[in-house]
Design a protein around this ligand. Structure first.
Ligand SMILES: NC(=O)c1ccc[n+]([C@@H]2O[C@H](COP(=O)([O-])OP(=O)(O)OC[C@H]3O[C@@H](n4cnc5c(N)ncnc54)[C@H](O)[C@@H]3O)[C@@H](O)[C@H]2O)c1
Length: 379
């Protein structure tokens, strides 16, 4: 099969920045997919910065270039809207999309805080719109295999779980401020709002919702260059380590560590997952994007490295021994969104749900409270 015979879904993008362009690029090579039943066609783009729209003029399917999202939402031939704007705008723009009768692919963190996330989720339920939230790393072959192994119960009683997303570019104190480093745009949860769904998505999907947590939050540099010769407050949390406790049926007191860091030396975009049980364990890092490490209890205990290659949920033309990268994951995530929307996801992994996005905000709200009161918070 190829995707030329697939059902076409017409997409509009609001927010033509880093992620708006990434998504357009994922659509542009949709013919790499072999078995996706749906094909997106990018029809409209909106950004308040008209210069940001120029890059999209090379995309032949784009008919509308708008600078007001309300204009884009009046376009008759749009089915799905992807919104990739700063976090303080999520709630109002997401609600506008839903009330315009469109389905939504939302960017994380799905509202600037827990209250906003709940309001968006509740409106989506009321209006019965199909909504999912962007979180692409679980679509990696190593992550998919780790999830499958964890679901079989083959790991035995769980000893520990660690889920991390680690950056390091903020180590440079001369890096100019941007909206992601300012609470009023990024949200009080700071790095957790920025990177947090990436670490919470898999544990939540596996049913591992913490019952208690203690958070260590760090602000390292409190000012940054403003890009105009001066400096400006950098008031977001840079690093967050959440020490969580899982109480699962039949096993309580399991440690789950969620790490989101903008200052993690040597890490550029490291997404890591480690699940250790008494019988076996799995470890995966984007530092080795096609390789899964597994451990099995024996007389001598060793990690085995298995190269999984390009075993993606949706089949592609890409060689099976090749390495997956960020653009591939984004495309797989969108394939999952569109297939699920069409009722054709099957047993493949689905995108993060509004309920999962609300649940991840519950963690960050508890983390802020834990840090402020220096105590363990019960969820
Ligand atoms: N899934 C991921 O891996 C990933 C990675 C990076 C960012 N993100 C998320 O994507 C979203 C956007 O981040 P980004 O890195 O693309 O930001 P960005 O700053 O590169 O782009 C945001 C764009 O939104 C535009 N904008 C602002 N207000 C607008 C409005 N009212 N209407 C239309 N456009 C408007 C800006 O002009 C800008 O071009 C955020 O929610 C962020 O957390 C997700």
């Amino acid at each position: 099969m190829n995707t030329s015979s697939a059902t076409v879904v017409r997409v509009g993008i609001i927010g033509a920045g880093l992620m708006g362009r990434e998504v357009a690029s994922a659509f542009g090579r949709w013919f790499a997919l072999l078995d996706c039943p749906v094909r997106p066609e990018l029809v409209a783009v909106c950004d308040i910065n008209s210069l940001a729209l120029d890059w999209f003029r090379q995309v032949p399917t784009v008919k509308y270039f708008d600078t007001d999202h309300r204009t884009l939402l009046t376009r008759p031939d749009l089915d799905v809207i992807y919104v990739a704007v700063p976090h303080h705008l999520h709630e109002s723009l997401y609600l506008d999309v839903l009330r315009a009768g469109k389905d939504l692919f939302a960017e994380k963190p799905f509202g600037i805080d827990l209250a906003a996330a709940r309001r968006i989720r509740d409106e989506a339920v009321r209006l019965q719109r199909f909504v999912r939230v962007s979180s692409e790393f679980p679509f990696l072959p190593g992550a998919q295999r780790a999830i499958t192994i964890a679901r079989t119960g083959a790991l035995g009683p769980l000893l520990s779980i660690r889920s991390s997303f680690l950056h390091s570019s903020d180590l440079d104190p001369t890096k100019t401020i941007n909206w992601k480093r300012q609470n009023k745009f990024c949200g009080e949860a700071g790095v957790m709002n920025d990177l947090g769904l990436h670490v919470a998505h898999v544990p939540l999907r596996l049913g591992w919702k913490p019952s208690r947590l203690y958070a260590q939050l760090q602000k390292i540099y409190t000012v940054r260059p403003d890009g105009k010769g001066g400096s400006t407050p950098n008031d977001t949390w840079d690093n967050a380590t959440l020490h969580c406790t899982l109480d699962l049926p039949g096993q309580s007191g399991i440690p789950l560590t969620l790490e989101t860091k903008r200052m993690s030396p040597t890490d550029t975009n490291s997404w890591e997952l480690e699940i250790m049980g008494t019988d076996a364990g799995v470890r995966f890092s984007t530092k080795q994007p096609k390789t899964l490490l597994t451990y099995a209890r024996a007389k001598e205990q060793t990690w085995a490295a298995t190269d999984l290659g390009f075993t993606m949920p949706f089949k592609t033309i890409t060689g099976g021994i090749f390495e997956p990268g960020f653009p591939d994951l984004l495309q797989q995530m969108w394939a999952a969104y569109l297939a699920e929307r069409a009722g054709q996801l099957g047993d493949r992994f689905g995108c993060a749900t509004p309920d999962e996005a609300v649940a991840h905000h519950e963690l960050w709200a508890a983390a802020l409270q834990s840090h402020a009161e220096q105590r363990v918070i019960t969820l």
